[in-house]
Design a protein around this ligand. Structure first.
Ligand code: CUO
Length: 680
């Protein structure tokens, strides 16, 4: 984990607050390091621990070393992906942990720091000897990707200011710093720029990298999860938009039209030593031709790939590289399309179906300098850690989702038989916010919490520096579900979703549209004994989210560990942040419908070895580490397909299905002015 500390510095600099140093073989050092390593006696003064790095025979890494240390790195760029895949392959191939440590020391010293951290993280997540080690959140390693508004410069300037108890005053990051309210898109900036949401997205793409050895890329239903996780992001964004009197996000349909939405990220980039480039209003996309990143493609290529995907969807088959057709089946079609769209290296026929989603990110990220004439690097859309900040991310993913929905519309609607659970009736359903008198009311507000910047930045004198972040949050709540089981004891899967009741004009939503706005809140199994059952489930237990503490506290260093230094808890970094589970709502109470369904676990169960290695805090959007996705049904079931004939509304949909229930809920937002805990 010390390798994650201040990744821009030479590897032999002191690490952590304990001033640990690595003793590195001379041969591993870059020429720059060799010239200074012996001239820095001060680095030894405070040293408490030395870690010896053994020299080993290393495979050739000259290709990845070709990416300059001060250049930018993007997983969306095929050339960069190839470089990372090579590093991942080398790190995955190290036979022992000691060899791995040696290879990592070499890489850390000689590779571009962004490429290094990305590749190291993917390898750590996938190697049997390191996958239970919690990698530090990227916000600590590279706070510059998450915290803007000049706060990091202030942190440096104020590093000498201490309070009487010896700690530093946390630096407040204002909630509003990227635009003014003249820009209506800014109303949902609290969502787009949320630290936890961006960390989730970065982590998701680490768990599901585009390229690398098979064990890293080839995962159960990864294409489907690419579709589902991003579909949920768009749905969640639309809910936030409704709460802020904005219409649904418009898909980026025509790639030649000016893009109305501008974005000025105001993030400083430590590595490229410049700010992230902004995008003005009404910019159009251009063909990309940049030698630096070995990028050359036309906007027309994107359109051609899109048309070919639509063609495959309408024909129901895809063309494989060998010319054979492959069926887009009811169960597996979406997975094929997800891999094809993304595109990962397991795409069925990348030569023909191309690299639509990734290169869309790249075209958008480089629209300010498509031929590199200004020597500018890419914008936030080019990095999975920053892409969700930009309004155009959602327009692009609304387009991507539209392609998937075209496929979903070709599938037969679920029949009553597929939706029912014999003799299981939901007799009562409610939700109760802790400490609130009102029933079926969810309560949100802004909160403040701290993020430690010390791992990513060097401060003199030493000691923690915190950024105080203002973010949306909700009060914990509990679902109460009364279930009457007229049959024998059985197991059910409880599925909880929420959607707005009305559209942006205040008209009751038809299920055809509402189904695309349902956000998953939880999914869990429940034992149903014969007779009456009361199920109580807390919001903090959600299968969608990771615990709050994971976003805002440095768990990797403050957590009890076993004798090998491994975490005793099974937190996994991937997961929607708990504090963003519930949309913002409105002061008067934003009306939603809360839906619960219990399906027969016999139909949902997935065959898999019940070994101890799980990391399933947030399996709904992230799957389970090294295991199959834990639910056999299509992701998003029962709303992933258009409803059956005649089921125009949610009420029609659940008619004759007593294993479902719907209640009206309100999301009430308390503005920060009424919250004494918030200081701006
Ligand atoms: Cu996650 Cu477009 O895939 O960003």
């Amino acid at each position: 984990l010390y390798f994650y500390d201040r990744p821009k510095e030479p590897v032999f600099f002191p690490k952590g607050n304990n001033d640990v140093i690595f003793q590195i073989p001379e041969d591993y050092l870059s020429s720059r390091s060799k010239s200074i390593v012996n001239e820095l006696p001060s680095r030894f003064e405070r040293v408490k621990e030395e870690i010896q790095i053994r020299k080993i025979e290393l495979p050739d890494l000259s290709e990845p070393m070709g990416l300059g240390k001060r250049e930018n790195f993007s997983g969306f760029i095929p050339y960069h992906r190839k470089l990372a895949a090579r590093v991942i392959e080398v790190l995955m191939g190290m036979r022992t942990t000691e060899d791995l440590r040696s290879a990592v020391a070499y890489c850390r010293e000689n590779l571009n720091p962004l490429l290094f951290i990305y590749s190291l993280s993917v390898a750590m997540l996938h190697r049997p000897d390191t996958r239970n080690v919690n990698i530090p959140p990227l916000s600590e390693t590279f706070p510059d990707k998450f915290i803007g508004g000049g706060l990091l410069n202030r942190a440096r300037e104020e590093a000498n200011i201490f309070q009487t108890d010896g700690t530093r005053v946390p630096l407040r990051l204002p909630l509003d710093y990227t635009a003014s309210d003249v820009e209506e898109e800014h109303r949902v900036a609290y969502f787009r720029e949320d630290l936890g949401i961006n960390l989730h997205h970065w982590h998701w793409h680490l768990v599901y990298p585009f390229d690398g050895p098979d064990v890293v890329v080839r995962k159960d239903r990864r294409g489907e999860l690419f579709y589902y996780m991003h579909e949920q992001i768009v749905a969640r964004y639309n809910l936030e938009r409704f709460c802020n009197k904005l219409g649904r996000v418009k898909r980026l349909q025509s790639l030649y039209e000016p893009i109305k939405e501008a974005y000025f990220p105001k993030l400083d980039s430590f590595v490229a030593s410049r700010v992230w480039p902004p995008r003005n209003s009404n910019v159009t996309l251009s063909d990309v031709d940049r030698e630096q990143e070995q990028l050359k493609f036309d906007i027309q290529d994107l359109e051609r790939w899109r048309d070919r995907m639509f063609d495959a969807i309408h024909r129901g088959t895809v063309l494989q590289a060998d010319g054979q057709e492959m069926q887009l089946t009811e169960a597996g079609g979406i997975d094929i399309l997800g891999n094809m769209m993304e595109a990962s290296t397991i795409s069925v026929n990348q030569r023909y179906y191309g690299n639509l989603h990734n290169l869309g990110h790249v075209a958008l990220a480089l629209c300010h300098d498509p031929d590199n004439r200004h020597l500018e690097t890419f914008g936030v859309m080019g990095d999975s850690a920053t892409a969700m900040r930009d309004p155009v991310f959602y327009r692009w993913h609304a387009f991507v989702d539209d392609v998937f929905q075209e496929h979903k519309a070709t599938l037969p609607p679920y029949t009553l038989q597929q939706l029912q659970f014999d003799n299981v009736n939901i007799a009562g359903f409610s939700v109760q916010t802790d400490g609130s008198k009102a029933a079926n009311q969810l309560e949100t507000t802004y909160d403040q919490n701290d993020v430690n910047l010390t791992r990513g930045m060097d401060f003199t004198p030493r000691g923690n520096v915190f950024a105080r972040i203002t973010h949306l949050n909700h009060k914990p709540f509990t679902y109460v579900i009364n279930v009457n089981n007229k049959g024998t004891q059985r197991i059910g899967t409880v599925r909880i979703f929420m959607a707005p009741k009305f559209d942006e004009r205040g008209i009751t939503l038809l299920l055809r549209d509402q189904r695309l706005l349902f956000i998953e809140l939880d999914r869990f199994t429940a034992n149903l004994k014969s007779g009456n059952n009361t199920i109580q489930r807390k919001s903090t237990e959600s299968s969608v989210t990771i615990p709050f503490e994971q976003t805002f506290r440095d768990l990797t260093t403050n957590r009890p560990t076993d004798s090998e230094g491994l975490s005793r808890f099974n937190y996994c970094g991937c997961g929607w942040p708990q504090h963003m589970l519930i949309p913002k709502g409105t002061p008067e109470g934003f009306p939603c419908e809360l839906f619960v369904m219990i399906s027969n676990f016999n139909d949902d169960e997935v065959d898999q070895a019940a070994d101890a290695e799980t990391c399933d805090d947030a399996s709904s959007y992230c799957g389970i580490r090294n295991k199959k996705y834990p639910d056999k049904r299509a992701m998003g079931f029962p709303f992933d397909r258009p409803p059956r004939q005649g089921a125009n509304t949610l009420a029609d949909f659940r008619r004759n299905l007593p294993n479902m229930s719907v209640i009206d809920v309100k999301i009430r937002f308390t503005p920060p002015s009424n919250n004494p805990n918030i200081v701006d």
